[in-house]
Design a protein around this ligand. Structure first.
Ligand SMILES: NC(=O)c1ccc[n+]([C@@H]2O[C@H](COP(=O)([O-])OP(=O)(O)OC[C@H]3O[C@@H](n4cnc5c(N)ncnc54)[C@H](OP(=O)(O)O)[C@@H]3O)[C@@H](O)[C@H]2O)c1
Length: 189
């Protein structure tokens, strides 16, 4: 599918950081952006499975020989690794233009009262605390140039809760609320 020349023009040479790009929506988003930009874009693809990122990178480069792709292992739940990751970006990728907070997980469907503590912490740490930490760390880059886009992957689960979603639903409600505050704080910039 073509998004037309305007989309390619808007994305030209932009640095786009995607979390959870090794599978699912993150991987599909990387492909869509490469396609929309006709390869004239710089993608930072992150996730825990570097081998998956590398094979995605190979296929993108095969399709768009001029595209720039950086693959980096990043577990967003390990929030203390986020700033070092940003500090270590090569100069060509350091000036991020678009942040896509996609990494997220739904673990288990247990009723409240029986939910594993590991699942509770795994979901909050990735879906909420990781997303917040990365947003906080990238925001100074955007504020400095008064420009930037943030896409947070929420879910209908953040609005409409269901039995078995005792943790996933509140994590996505938190993403929704955080995004609303962010929008209100940044609307004047
Ligand atoms: N699929 C749906 O129907 C749906 C609906 C509403 C919202 N969403 C949201 O959309 C986003 C993507 O979902 P999806 O369906 O594409 O999921 P998915 O297929 O399970 O992919 C999840 C991605 O996130 C990465 N990931 C998981 N934990 C991570 C961590 N701690 N640090 C970094 N990366 C991590 C995974 O890569 P690694 O394992 O390599 O780290 C993978 O690339 C999530 O936020 C999800 O909540 C999905």
């Amino acid at each position: 599918m073509s998004y037309g020349p305007k989309a390619a023009e808007r994305l030209a040479q932009k640095v786009v950081l995607i979390t959870g790009a090794s599978a699912g929506i993150g991987e599909a988003t990387a492909k869509e952006i490469a396609d929309a930009a006709a390869g004239d874009v710089k993608l930072i693809l992150t996730a825990r499975r570097k081998d998956k990122l590398d094979s995605l990178s190979d296929s993108l480069i095969k399709q768009y020989p001029d595209i720039k792709v950086l693959t980096t292992e990043l577990d967003v739940s390990k929030t203390d690794t986020i700033q070092p990751f940003l500090n270590g970006l090569p100069e060509e990728f350091a000036d991020i233009d678009v942040l896509i907070n996609n990494a997220g997980k739904a673990l288990g469907r247990d009723d409240i009262g029986t939910i594993l503590q590991d699942d509770i912490e795994g979901m909050f740490q990735t879906n909420v605390l990781g997303l917040i930490a990365l947003t906080q760390a990238v925001l100074p880059i955007f504020k400095k140039k008064n420009s930037g886009d943030i896409v947070n992957l929420g879910s209908i689960a953040g609005r409409d809760s269901y039995p078995g979603g005792g943790i996933y639903c509140p994590t996505k409600a938190a993403v929704k609320s955080f995004s609303q505050v962010l929008r209100k704080e940044l609307i004047n910039t």
